[in-house]
Design a protein around this ligand. Structure first.
Ligand code: BES
Ligand code: ZN
Ligand code: ZN
Length: 510
């Protein structure tokens, strides 16, 4: 397997026209009347080439757009990339992150080995420079990613590595950018790790392999521990939900538990992060239609995001206690599969009447949530590509956010905003849980035909009980929406890593 493109980000004090590089990236707002003043000097050296592109109307500074300008050796850089920042009035850190992603995507597509980024300058003093460094680094990692592990042909080749410099001509600014870019690179790399796990084909990344990846990951991260329950241990513990879902596959289920428990930790109590990792969701006996069934290899995104988050917080050494529970199983049809009609006793002791084997996410997560409660997690947040209904409700742009605690919902919404991973608060609770009453067991695993995202969340809420709990349904942003395709290539976007790290940073007071 080949390495995913290696991206390194550093920060340097240098003037725009001095840096020798394949690609120099500068920003321009859509509502600016003329060329941004920060690049005017550069343009003078280019005999007004940048201004001409704008005057001709070839580049309008729209978010997601960019135009390549060749420098003819007049400055150190071989090419200048004008990157659109959108309207200045609306532009916040998210615009900067996106612009960095556009630039990095372009750099990879032209096989640049070195790129220089000075996108923050256009904002003047409007934004905090530490945060600028962070989001530019995040964006660079986000936009440069390509999932091509199994492409052996060199025809579609790309550079093996991309070296990125964030530059500024002011020493104090450089120090701040550097501080932020260190954080942003950790988060960006973690997010790309999640994307790779989510994108990996289901014949390669089945539960046992995912557990091996988790073990491999913690080996390099002091202070992070990993325990894996195999099928025998899951049976011993009577984790009936995850066993039922996984029993139809040759590849048996695993529960992967990671613990980050620094000695100096915030007094917030332990946070439990629970991830759905269905390595392939065929639907099981309630089999899915064949169109686009391959995308269900990404039904492990929630688990991948949880693993990546643990990697990031261990690298950042965040002072907050976190226990991660990744519920990994393959939902396959076969002679051993669980069936519609089965009654399953879950780990909590609650019984569930299975009416659709394709509603398997909640069947694995309920055991993970109960385990987190037993492990004394005071806050539980689960993340899952849980329902097509959530996509019907919200489209692909936002994740659904449900929960039983207003403060937690508010904190997660704020973290989503900071991380540029939008969520929308949706209802869950008693009315929806009412639909899940079964005549022959404690619960059914599906509700009525309406509000499927809300009934699914409410099913999980029954297992969270009195514990503070929130749920992220990431079925929509499992893949990039149309506007996001300007910033990233196809496949998983690892939605949730930035949100989670921002949330945990917030708890840790960082
Ligand atoms: N993994 C799917 C949900 C999904 C669908 C995620 C499309 C991403 C894209 C989930 O396990 C599922 O199949 N849910 C069913 C639930 C139904 C049977 C109540 C669904 O949404 O149809
Ligand atoms: Zn399913
Ligand atoms: Zn699923």
């Amino acid at each position: 397997m080949k390495q995913i493109i290696k991206v390194e980000v550093s920060v340097r004090k240098v003037a725009l026209d001095q840096c020798k590089t394949d690609l120099l990236c500068v920003g321009q707002f859509a509502d600016a009347k003329a060329l941004d003043k920060t690049i005017k000097q550069l343009d003078d050296k280019l005999d007004g080439a940048l201004e001409q592109v704008i005057k001709l109307g070839d580049f309008k500074g729209k978010a997601g757009s960019s135009t390549l300008v060749y420098t003819g050796g007049k400055i150190g850089a071989k090419r200048v990339l004008l990157v659109g920042l959108g309207d200045k009035k609306k532009a916040k850190l998210g615009a900067l992150r996106n612009a960095a992603a556009v630039a990095a995507k372009k750099a990879v597509s032209i096989k640049a080995k070195k790129m220089v980024v000075a996108l923050h300058s256009a904002f003047g003093g409007k934004l905090d420079l530490i945060r600028c460094g962070q989001v530019m680094a995040e964006g660079v990692h986000f936009g440069s990613y390509i999932y091509d592990e199994f492409v052996t042909s060199e025809k579609n080749g790309r550079s093996e590595s991309l070296s990125v410099e964030l530059i500024d001509n002011n020493s104090a600014a450089v120090r701040k950018l550097d501080k932020g870019s260190h954080v942003g690179s950790i988060i960006g790399q973690a997010q790309n790790f999640a994307r790779t796990l989510a994108n990996r084909p289901p014949n390669i990344a089945y539960p046992e392999k995912l557990a091996a990846e988790a073990k491999k990951m913690v080996a390099d991260l002091p202070g992070l521990s990993c325990t894996v329950f195999d099928e025998r241990q899951l049976r011993q513990k009577k984790m009936g939900g995850i066993i039922a879902v996984g029993q139809g596959s040759e590849h048996k289920p695993r529960m992967i538990i990671l613990k980050w428990s620094p000695s100096k930790a915030a007094k917030t109590g332990t946070v439990g992060l629970i991830g759905k990792a269905i390595t392939f969701d065929s639907g099981g006996i309630s089999i899915k239609p064949s169109a686009k069934m391959d995308a269900m290899k990404m039904d492990k995104t929630g688990g991948a995001v949880v693993l990546a988050t643990m990697r990031a917080i261990a690298q950042l050494k965040l002072p907050v206690k976190v226990t991660a529970v990744v519920c990994a199983a393959e939902n396959a049809p076969g002679g051993q599969s669980y069936r519609p009609g089965d009654v399953i006793t879950t780990y909590s002791g609650k019984t569930v009447e299975v009416l659709n084997t394709d509603a398997e996410g909640r069947m694995v997560l309920c055991d993970g949530i109960h385990y987190a409660k037993q492990q004394k997690c005071e806050l539980i947040i689960d993340i899952a590509t849980l329902t097509g209904a959530c996509m019907v409700a919200l489209g692909m742009h936002k994740a659904g956010l449900m929960g039983n605690d207003d403060r937690l919902i508010k904190a997660l919404s704020a973290a989503a905003e900071r991380g540029g991973e939008p969520v929308w608060h949706m209802p869950s609770g008693d009315e929806y849980a009412e639909e899940l009453k079964s005549k022959i067991a404690d619960l059914k695993n599906i509700g009525s035909k309406y509000g499927g995202a809300c009934t699914a969340a409410s099913f999980l809420g029954e297992f969270a009980g009195q514990t503070k709990w929130a749920h992220l349904d990431i079925a929509g942003p499992m893949e990039p929406s149309e506007p996001l395709k300007k910033y990233v290539t196809d496949g998983s976007i690892g939605f949730g890593v930035r949100l989670f790290v921002e949330y945990l940073k917030g708890l840790a007071g960082k």
